[in-house]
Design a protein around this ligand. Structure first.
Ligand code: NIG
Ligand code: FE
Length: 414
């Protein structure tokens, strides 16, 4: 059979083949590794995976790549970022090293507010230019799908400007983009709290309708309360948005339980969460998104991933890329932190960074695993075994990136 592309002589092909849903609890440890394998691709989709010998016998690739025993896995899905923003905040790192806390800086009008000022000032063109450069960096680290939130406007025009930039990036850049309206990211300094939340839950949702698939809200001391979250999330749900919540980053205000009750797709952060809410999330199928970059950068406790997996939850991983709490675009580094700090196994970390992350942003049906009919979004890494991805921390092992069957980076080996 003639196909567009055959990648063969793969040391370990990490397929993530399995049920068509996020993998929960023990299932996260099974990532469907095939040894001495190959993958056949046509029209942007996976045709078949299997033993290298058999695939080479059955398929004739118009192009072929000899992977030389390297590993191949699905492209990373970064299911939580604040990619579109102005400015940077390395000055706050210095303040925090001198003893000020993240929430103190925020309350004093710095933190998110300083990024809000920079983002309001920037025009769409300059925001897009910066975001595109960062998407290129993410792609080079193996990310082929990314969720992007608004939230650095905190006023109508800028919130919608961010979403428009993110939507346009989906056209302009090979990385698939999923957009989320995070109007209620924190309390604006120049608008009444109730008035702004009323805009978010009413006209804001209406305007975001064609720009975003998901909504999100930051439930935290100094940001929004549980009651405010309920109002906003119920309004969003009634309009057909998928729901996400920033919950339990510093304090457990009960956001995870509320999110589970409302059928949210994910609760993100969860450094602080009670057993009862873990049970509710497991029962509801609400995914826990681990953002170890933020805990690393803000010196908070890491989320207790073992307790959540033992409780039957599905976990995903994201970078949380943003200028204040996690300025990294590296999903491979997140798998390292997941193993070394969250005590996840390498397999669980890879599952969290691919198929579960895809489900956490509504793309699991088509992305996140290498199975017949799914997207040929895959990467080749300078490693022989999947467990080496978290092991070689801080070094980018990604040497080839294929998106929808097209070789975007690399593809040539000696
Ligand atoms: O996910 N926690 C709230 N939002 C971001 C941080 C935003 C910022 O500091 O600019 C987060 O960690
Ligand atoms: Fe975030």
């Amino acid at each position: 059979v003639n196909v567009d592309l055959v990648i063969h002589n793969i040391g370990e092909l990490v397929t993530l083949a399995g049920p068509r849903r996020a993998r929960a609890g023990e299932e996260m440890g099974d990532i469907g590794i095939l040894k001495s394998a190959a993958v056949a691709v046509t029209e942007g989709e996976v045709v078949e995976t299997g033993p290298s010998k058999r695939i080479l016998r059955d398929y004739q690739g118009e192009r072929s790549i000899d992977a030389g025993g390297r590993i191949v896995m699905p492209g990373f899905v970064d299911c939580h970022t604040h990619l579109v923003h102005g400015g940077s905040r390395e000055n706050e790192l210095a303040m925090r090293m001198a003893g000020k806390s993240y929430l103190e800086i925020l309350e004093a009008g710095g933190g998110i507010h300083s990024t809000v000022a920079a983002t309001r000032k920037a025009n769409e063109k300059s925001l897009a230019r910066r975001a595109r450069r960062n998407l290129d960096l993410a792609l080079a680290h193996g990310t082929t799908c990314m969720e992007i939130k608004s939230g650095y406007g905190l006023e109508p025009d800028t919130e919608l400007k961010i979403l428009r930039v993110a939507v346009d990036l989906d056209e302009d850049h090979p990385i698939d983009i999923v957009t989320t309206f995070l109007g209620p990211h924190t309390i604006p300094q120049d608008m009444d709290r109730e008035e702004y939340l009323a805009w978010c839950a009413g006209p804001g949702l209406q305007a975001a309708d064609e720009l975003a698939e998901y909504v999100d809200i930051f439930v935290e001391d100094g940001a929004y309360t549980l009651d405010e979250a309920q109002v906003f999330l119920e309004a969003a749900k009634a309009r057909g948005f998928g729901l996400k919540v920033h919950g339990g980053q510093f304090n457990d205000l009960g956001a995870a339980g509320l999110a589970a009750e409302l059928g949210a797709v994910s609760v993100d952060h969860l450094e602080e969460v009670s057993d009862g809410q873990i049970a509710a999330m497991a029962e509801a199928g609400t995914i826990g998104v681990m953002l170890p970059g933020a805990a690393y950068f803000l010196f908070t406790d890491y989320p207790d991933a073992r307790r959540m997996i033992a409780g039957g939850m599905a976990l995903a991983l994201g970078t949380d890329f943003n200028p204040g709490s996690s300025p990294t675009l590296s999903m491979p580094l997140m798998t390292s932190m997941a193993v070394l700090q969250l005590k996840m196994s390498p397999e669980e970390a890879i599952c969290a960074a691919t198929i579960n992350a895809a489900y956490a942003c509504g793309r699991g049906e088509y992305l996140g695993s290498l199975e017949k009919g799914k997207a040929a979004d895959l990467i080749i890494l300078e490693a022989e075994r999947a467990a080496q991805i978290p092991y070689y921390f801080g070094t980018n092992l990604v040497s080839t990136v294929v998106k929808d069957g097209e070789i975007l980076l690399g593809g040539e080996y000696e």
